[in-house]
Design a protein around this ligand. Structure first.
Ligand code: UDP
Length: 486
């Protein structure tokens, strides 16, 4: 028998299992999707690998998260690596993805069944596995990708590019050739601007291009697709994608959207700034905020290459010299273990030490979205990870892009050539170039870049307020999810 009031409680039946790709930028964005759903009374079971979950427990205040969202719970599964030989959450994440695709099916199936899940929201890198599971169990399957629409679209264009001989890339001397058969982004991309998996000599242990393209194509068979982007940012590409994805929900920028929805829901009990709510997998050092408070407005360039990118000793020194010689102030995130080829204290040239003492601040991990919104920040030297790009856009901060791998190569092309939000320094690392480009961004062309960054920030904000495209899409998505049953 129905309980009193149950007819209004369609939400109670719907139960989402959220399964992110086990890396920083993916877990924190999926966690935001989960929070947006939980804010609207959807039950969410968030499934992490043990490895990721341990870090989330260590570096985030997970109890606050659970206390804030009564309909949210966590479960964990093994990724089939032992503690000793674990590839971590760095640039070998491709190995973890492969392992999950091979081994995780029975583990996920067990949770889906015992929790009576009605809707699976999985990272699209697990496309094939999760489609099969959902079909077998008769539940709704939605794919989520934490990367740009333009990168996804480039993967989907790949068969056509192969067919008309625009791919594969033929080697280093082929890198400046322009790619044509990419509707929505014609004549924009050079070979070097395609996601790095397309390169013959690719960095890091990423998934192979064949397997990225294969998994991305699986999203065409999912019931719906969620992207962390907004219409005004990527409309030409999104229009092309919609020809293939009838239910494509753009609900970003997620971090800003979540903050607004929280205040709208008027949940005073929801703290804004705890680590767990941001999904940090590294210990946050807030001392840089105090340093920033003492710096003049728009005077500091923030330097961060995200959670995965590695940097060689030579590259480190070139960038460091460039920054010091530019005479600009800088705040630099240097993750422990990010440098390959150790730099001992004694090997740091004295002029770098001096220049850093005068104008620089080094941090191991910052509260990045707060840093970017700080009034002292005037630019961002970034690896062009998608979360960093969106955070910079939302904060109206112009960028210098130095992409490391994956979608970063195409994101940086859009930043510089389509959105005109900064300068692209891809495939180059030279102290004179760094010095000049920093001065271009922070001095000579500052006004121009700040103006376009402000404009784009306004569009980002508009998309997530009531009536905006991301706002409406999220409402539609919630409505859709609430209609799912077993
Ligand atoms: N981040 C942070 N503190 C730092 C550096 C990065 O909180 O010192 C966050 C950043 O705000 C972003 C995420 O880590 O949300 C990195 O994701 P992104 O997609 O930019 O790059 P990835 O780490 O996946 O390469």
């Amino acid at each position: 028998a129905k309980m009193k009031g149950e007819e209004n409680l369609g939400a109670v039946v719907a139960h989402v299992l959220a399964f992110p790709c086990p890396a920083q930028g993916h877990v924190n964005s999926m966690l935001k999707v989960a929070q947006l759903l939980a804010l609207h009374d959807v039950r969410v079971t968030f499934v992490n690998t043990d490895y990721v979950h341990n870090r989330l427990v260590r570096f985030g205040d997970i109890d606050t998260l659970l206390a804030s969202y009564p309909t949210l719970q966590f479960k964990t599964i093994s990724d089939c690596f032992t503690e000793e030989d674990h590839p971590g959450i760095g640039d070998r994440v491709g190995d973890v993805i492969n392992s999950i695709n091979l081994h995780a099916k029975p583990l996920l199936r067990d949770i889906l069944l015992t929790q009576k899940v009605t809707c699976l929201i999985a990272d699209g890198v697990f496309g094939s596995l999760t489609n099969i599971l959902a079909r077998q169990l008769g539940i709704t399957i939605i794919h989520f990708r934490a990367v740009s629409a333009c990168s996804i679209w480039s993967y989907l264009c790949s068969p056509k590019l192969l067919e008309c001989n625009e791919l594969p890339i033929r080697g280093d001397e082929d890198m400046d050739r322009i790619i044509c058969n990419t509707p929505g982004m014609e004549n924009l991309l050079r070979c070097r601007d395609l996601p790095s998996m397309f390169r013959p000599n690719r960095k890091g242990h990423l998934m192979s291009i064949d397997s990225v393209v294969f998994q991305t194509q699986q999203s065409l068979q999912a019931d719906a697709f969620i992207l962390n982007t907004f219409e005004d940012l990527e409309i030409p590409v999104l229009s092309q994608m919609r020809l293939h994805f009838p239910k494509l929900f753009t609900i970003g920028p997620l971090h800003h959207h979540l903050n607004l929805r929280k205040s709208e829901a008027n949940k005073a009990s929801l703290p804004n700034d705890t680590n767990s709510l941001k999904g940090n997998l590294f210990p946050v050092d807030r001392s840089c905020m105090v340093w920033l408070d003492d710096q003049p407005e728009r005077s500091v360039i923030y330097v961060s290459f995200g959670s995965v990118a590695l940097i060689t000793r030579e590259e480190l020194l070139e960038i460091w010299y460039g920054l010091v010689n530019s005479k600009k102030r800088f705040l630099w995130v240097m993750r422990p273990h990010m440098i390959t080829g150790k730099v001992g204290e004694d090997q740091i040239p004295v002029e770098l030490e001096e220049g850093t003492k005068d104008r620089g601040f080094m941090a191991e991990w910052t509260p990045q979205d707060e840093v970017l919104r700080h009034k002292a920040i005037g630019g961002f030297l970034t690896h062009s990870g998608w979360n960093s790009t969106l955070e910079s856009i939302e904060a109206g901060v112009p960028m210098i892009c130095w992409p490391y791998f994956a979608d970063q190569q195409i994101n940086s092309r859009f930043v510089s050539e389509v959105w005109k939000l900064g300068l692209d320094m891809k495939d180059v690392c030279d102290r004179n170039i760094v010095e000049n480009i920093v001065n271009d961004l922070m001095v000579h062309r500052q006004e121009e870049f700040l103006k376009s960054a402000q404009k784009m920030a306004t569009l980002a904000h508009k998309s997530v307020i009531e009536g905006g495209s991301s706002y409406c899409n999220l409402d539609d998505l919630i409505h859709y999810i609430k209609s799912t049953t077993l």
